[in-house]
Design a protein around this ligand. Structure first.
Ligand code: ADP
Ligand code: MG
Length: 362
């Protein structure tokens, strides 16, 4: 049985339907991510679970209890908001202790828990300082500590890294994984950042317009996106999505991309000749050169190079179509903008989607 079950939750603000049948289930001890762009309904989902939003319909079950109408206090959950406001006039120690004092926890117990949480989050050295003397990362850790000190059974995290700089984001991602491992706590983490979701989530629910589009492990989400929305959201640079048409090929179907035809390896693809489709190919799956083994060799033109340090993203022109390719930095250096090159695409790496609905085919 799921630890947390969100079923068909609907939440409206006037004419805006923020949650439109939101449903998913989280296992006990799981690190579960909700991935979606701004306005998709992430914050509203977490607030609904925490009991901060009245629901039009649907239900929320947690730890075997129906929580749909339960008061916020006593749900056994804690939420960390995107803007993690600490009490500025209190020391870090007091910021930790305050929620416990309000709960009527005894002095000795408070002292012990504050010490534990400070150590867990590596902020023991800041206990006697005020929040404004801490770095952004330390403030964030204190905010997490303040949520953990009450020992919630479920931690709700709303874009906790969005307001941190890039380096800190990287380090804090690792911290979250460590915390999760050490605490074994159920964590529900909302983010618009696919990298965060893929690196931290054991499972990821991709949401759009207040409902779930696909729930998968990061690996499967990357390998088999259910539609062009997920395909475009998961992976960086984003999957190339090219207009094409199904044609009859040698023994099986062929994808006519305008600039080239690619025979599909498998016989029965379920694709109808003549059908317009969107063909997806990951930038990492376009290989430089003509002798890479299996695949279809294509003529391409180097349009732009974008060196990113360890890799270079190359903007290619394939006939009238544009596609991005990723190569190692030392290879990218040798590619001259405006010059012609050969690239190879393995038909097994192609993703085929319905041209109108965007749903995965075959
Ligand atoms: P996210 O956190 O994914 O950016 P939200 O859950 O904040 O998305 O918002 C989902 C939708 O609900 C958006 O269209 C947003 O404008 C709307 N919304 C959220 N909160 C309110 C509110 N208090 N009043 C009116 N509309 C809101
Ligand atoms: Mg939000």
């Amino acid at each position: 049985m799921a630890h947390l079950r969100v079923s068909d939750v609907v939440r409206r603000y006037g004419s805006v339907t923020a949650l439109d049948g939101m449903s998913f289930a989280v296992e006990e001890g799981e690190f579960y991510c909700i991935l979606g762009p701004s306005s998709a309904g992430k914050t509203t989902t977490l607030r609904a679970i925490a009991g901060l939003e009245p629901l039009e319909s649907g239900s929320i079950e947690f730890a075997g209890r129906d929580m749909t109408r339960a008061p916020v206090q006593g749900r056994g959950m804690a939420m960390i908001f995107q803007t993690f406001a600490l009490y500025p006039h209190m020391t870090v120690a007091k910021n930790f202790a305050y929620p416990l004092e309000r709960d009527g926890v005894g002095r000795a117990e408070i002292e012990q828990r504050v010490g534990e949480v400070a150590e867990l989050l590596r902020v023991t050295h800041t206990l006697n300082r005020k929040p404004d003397t801490l770095s952004g990362g330390e403030q964030q850790r204190v905010a997490i500590g303040r949520a953990l000190v009450r020992r919630p059974k479920l931690l709700l995290l709303d874009e906790p890294l969005t307001n941190l700089d890039a380096k800190l984001r990287h380090d804090t991602r690792a911290e979250f994984k460590r915390l999760h491992r050490e605490l074994g706590m159920t964590m529900l983490y909302a983010t618009p950042d696919q990298l965060e979701a893929l690196t931290m989530g054991q499972r990821v629910a991709v949401i759009r317009d207040g409902r779930v589009v696909q729930i998968e492990t990061p690996r499967h989400l990357y390998e088999r996106p259910l539609n062009t929305y997920v395909a475009g959201l998961v992976g960086a640079p984003a999957m190339n999505l090219l207009r094409g048409r199904v044609a009859a090929g040698n023994g099986g179907a062929m994808l006519d991309l305008g600039f080239a035809g690619i025979d599909l390896a498998h016989g029965d693809t379920g694709l109808t000749p003549g059908e317009p489709v969107v063909v997806g190919i990951r930038p990492h799956d376009i290989r430089l050169g003509a002798d890479t083994g299996r695949g279809r060799v294509l003529e391409a033109q180097v349009h732009l190079r974008e060196p990113l340090g360890d890799v270079t993203v190359v903007d290619l022109r394939l006939g009238d179509a544009a596609a991005k390719m990723v190569v190692r930095e030392e290879v990218g250096v040798g590619l001259v903008e405006g010059s012609g090159i050969e690239v190879t695409i393995d038909p097994a790496d192609l993703h085929v989607f319905h041209a109108e609905t965007g749903t995965r085919l075959g």
